[in-house]
Design a protein around this ligand. Sequence first.
Ligand code: 2AM
Length: 171
Amino acid sequence: MKRLFFALWPDTDTRERIYAISRMLPRKCGRLVPINNLHTTLVFLGDIDAHVCQDVQDTTSEIRSPAFSLQLDTIGKWPGAKVIWLAPSSIPEGLASLVTGLNKVASNCGVVIENRPYSSHITLARKAHGPAPYPVFTPFVWKVQGFSLVQSTTLPEGGRYEVIRNWSCGQ
Ligand code: 2AM
């Protein structure tokens, strides 16, 4: 079994820009997500066996998604959660339809996923305590060219993520 999720996986430049914002967070904002782990989850699939994993990949290859851009302009923390995130304040149509398409892939392949509203975000830090004054930063645009299937492994030191397949948007 592999623990899998679909994600937008930032290019190096975008990853560095996001991490520069993480580094501006005050210390009480918790433990920073390492730069190479930064991502936006699209659909979390959970534990998937090899046969279903192949089916998911084949079905995903039938998706046609336009390229789109995310204006990363908001830092926040959900009430009661200990996670600080960076997010776009508006969801482009291309992202919404990609998430819908990937949810359909999951259900067509018999993968049961959590039925909760999609909230696009990049987790910057975990184990954050209390409200914090968040840093003022210059919003920037992430030009999304594709999406990825990612394997998550939980290690004592935290999660390790490995991209196992990429798909392009806009082709
Ligand atoms: P998070 O960053 O808000 O914790 C890998 O775990 C990725 O999948 C993370 O980005 C995580 O979001 C997201 N995710 C969504 N639903 C999840 C779940 N039920 N269990 C673990 N991770 C989940």
